[in-house]
Design a protein around this ligand. Sequence first.
Ligand code: 0O2
Length: 210
Amino acid sequence: MKHWDQFLAPYKQAVSELKIKLKGMRGQFELDSSHSPIEFVTGRVKPIASILDKANQKGIPLDKLEEEMQDIAGMRIMCQFVDDIHYVVSLLRNRNDLEIVEERDYISHKKTSGYRSYHVVIRYPVQTIHGEKKILAEIQIRTLAMNFWATIEHTLNYKYKGIFPADIKMRLQSAAEAAFRLDEEMSLIRGEIQEAQAFFTRNKEFKQEE
Ligand code: 0O2
């Protein structure tokens, strides 16, 4: 449908640009031979069916999507350690190619489902042939363990359409706690892990030069 193509075009452009920019940050850390707080980055434009579902659930009129639906353009940044998340947020705060409009800390304040992540809503300027257009986008920043949990829970959510049987709900909550403990344990041996990673990177470089 032409109308949707036109509506989604700036969101698609924003996701492509942000992917390059956020992946570029990782590359810069590699160049500096310092630990990258970013493990990997993904991005997506919300499918039309999901936009319509969410608008319906939240009572957002379709002519108010631009202002009221913050995650039509969505980015995800995965980190190794919880501290990396806060570092990434500080890097985002310092950028002048985007404006932060809201931060939601679901790490200190986890959701009742057990969900943890740090959400940053940004206003991002896209340059179009009709001039500049500012769109809202949501950046979710989480550890690999938080991402593992959220991905599995999201899949189950489709199966149960958001209404989990009590035992599955309980297991998911306990799995979320296990994932959080895993993050805490990894943070405690962070120094060891980073030393080993630096060693492997150095060795790989030597092998490539040989
Ligand atoms: P998608 O694209 O399928 O992931 P609300 O729907 O009220 O919770 P709101 O106000 O838009 O959400 O903001 P929030 O909660 O900051 O962000 C919603 C997004 O966060 C969701 O997007 C998920 O990506 C993620 N999220 C929030 N809560 C959970 C949860 O309990 N489990 C999982 N797996 N993800 C969660 P959508 O809209 O679900 O879309």
